[in-house]
Design a protein around this ligand. Structure first.
Ligand code: SAM
Length: 476
């Protein structure tokens, strides 16, 4: 059998990521435990921030041979940068006016470097798949031929189930070749005994076909299709690109349409199955998986991707999920803080600390630029002299009334969430607010599902930087 070789081809020694449980999210308070969650098991759905080579290596002890489906949509070897769109309400027809931020890069010194990236990751995906599992590898003309040879080597040539062509329309600058308007999805199964739900993906026949067969039973040369049941789709699929699907757009680059992932998940997994996407980008796979009652593992190396995925899961709302971070992957922190106003009576406390949790250990020094509040309820509640000294760093003020936590005059925020029973270690996100893709106006009030005790608020600015503040009862 022919195999693909290149001078630096090798499978590197595995260096598993050191995974830190960063947060457990209960989208829109769903599933939040009545007592604050401390005794709850970590949810089975996972979101990861980190390089997926280290991540998959870290998952092997628990998940080897256990994943029912993996969808992989890696960089395509385009040698381009893909910015993310973070503005709201701009005219889609004028991209030069869009507000952009860093998305992800698909840059390589040469094809060898790209193959050195892809090969060990595909090998790990093969190890993680269950015996009846399926890999969908999404690429295009830039590298699909190389990937097919790699997959033949890893899975076996006979395990190629389909080479799916996804067709779409869209503008193109190409003038001296045919417009390149399709991607290739290589589908490999781990064994010959694989999941494929034919009936779940059947489609109605074209009305002309139905008319022809109904008028002439000989139309199919004696073969009569089951017109009522519908047909199994061909291996070429037309779905519009996300740029044309206004309701799906997240602003994250190269986002794939939900309908595409829906067909993949329906065909090759069942409700309750464990499915994964380690190049999850905006999170289309985990989103559709949650909607179709599959459990998911999803990860990405860029923080913006993970944040976008989390936002989409929260909006669904998805079942609770755990968010892990490779300890070497950093979430960008905002140099600014939020200031909060807390009513002592509602917290039944004598004094409060309000502090941006950075730098560690310096939470009560108003002269430090990153630390902007400390002291008694008077200082915070009436905000006399205390507030004056906060001005240069404080963007917002907040209030707590019973279970309603509100902030006013915040900086440009994309998202904020609240843990009303902060244990100082794992953030349990009991409720979340986010900037809608159209209006851009983020809600400034959140209801806590329990009476707040020790509150932690995390906010993500439009630039993608995180702010964390805590309000602690000094007497409890
Ligand atoms: C084509 S995009 C995925 C788009 C996604 N399917 C969606 O629907 O939004 C590829 C993604 O792979 C991620 N990526 C690139 N290298 C990675 C790595 N080493 N580990 C994890 N993710 C990586 C990029 O950050 C990017 O989000």
């Amino acid at each position: 059998m022919p195999t693909l070789t290149w001078p630096s081809k090798s499978l590197p020694d595995l260096q598993p990521a050191d995974l830190v449980l960063e947060a457990v999210t209960y989208p829109q308070a769903q599933g939040y435990p009545p007592l604050g969650g401390f005794a709850e098991a970590v949810p089975e759905n996972h979101l990861y921030l980190g390089d997926n080579l280290k991540l998959m290596a870290a998952l092997l002890p628990q998940y080897e041979g256990r994943l029912d489906l993996i969808y992989a949509d890696p960089p395509f070897f385009t040698n381009k940068r893909y910015p993310a769109r973070i503005g709201r309400g701009e005219d889609s027809r004028h991209p030069q006016e869009w507000q952009l931020a860093e998305g992800y890069a698909d840059h390589w010194s040469d094809i060898d470097a790209y193959l050195n990236f892809l090969y060990p990751r595909l090998a790990l995906m093969h190890r993680l798949l269950a015996p009846s599992g399926t890999l969908y590898l999404h690429l295009d003309w830039h590298a699909d031929a190389y990937a097919r040879l790699l997959l033949d080597e890893i899975f076996g040539r006979e395990r190629l189930l389909n080479q799916i062509v996804w067709l779409y329309h869209g503008p193109s600058p190409i003038r001296h070749a045919f417009n390149r308007k399709h991607d290739t999805i290589l589908v490999y199964t781990k064994s010959s005994d694989y999941t494929f739900n034919t009936d779940a993906v059947r489609q109605p026949y074209n009305p002309n076909t139905v008319k022809t067969f109904n008028s002439s039973p000989k139309a199919g040369f004696g073969k009569m299709p089951d017109l009522a049941r519908g047909k199994v789709p061909e291996d070429w699929w037309y779905f519009p690109v996300v740029a044309r699907l206004h309701n799906e757009r997240s602003g994250y680059p190269t986002q794939k349409p939900e309908a595409l992932l829906e067909r993949i998940l329906l065909a090759s997994s069942n409700p309750g199955d464990l499915v994964a996407d380690f190049f999850c980008g905006s999170g289309t796979l985990p989103l559709v998986a949650a909607r179709l009652a599959r459990r998911f593992l999803a990860g990405d190396v860029t923080w913006r991707a993970v944040h976008t995925t989390r936002s989409r899961l929260v909006a669904l709302p998805a079942p609770p999920f755990a968010f892990y971070r490779d300890s070497t992957a950093q979430i960008p922190l905002s140099p600014f803080g939020l200031s909060l106003r807390a009513k002592p009576a509602t917290l039944r406390a004598k004094s409060f600390d309000v502090a941006q949790d950075r730098p560690q250990g310096e939470t009560c020094n108003p002269s430090h630029p990153l630390t902007y509040a400390c002291g008694t309820p008077d200082c915070l509640g009436q905000a006399g002299a205390g507030r004056a000294s906060l001005q240069p760093f404080a963007f917002a003020q907040g209030k707590l009334a019973n279970r309603t936590i509100s902030i006013v005059n915040p900086p440009a925020l994309d998202y904020w969430e609240v843990d009303p029973a902060w244990d100082g270690i794992t953030f349990r996100s009991a409720n979340q607010a986010q900037r809608p893709i159209r209006s851009g106006v983020i809600p400034l009030k959140l209801e806590s599902p329990i009476a707040p005790k020790y509150i932690c608020i995390r906010a993500i600015t439009v630039k993608g930087e995180q702010i964390q503040i805590t309000i602690r009862s000094g007497s409890s």
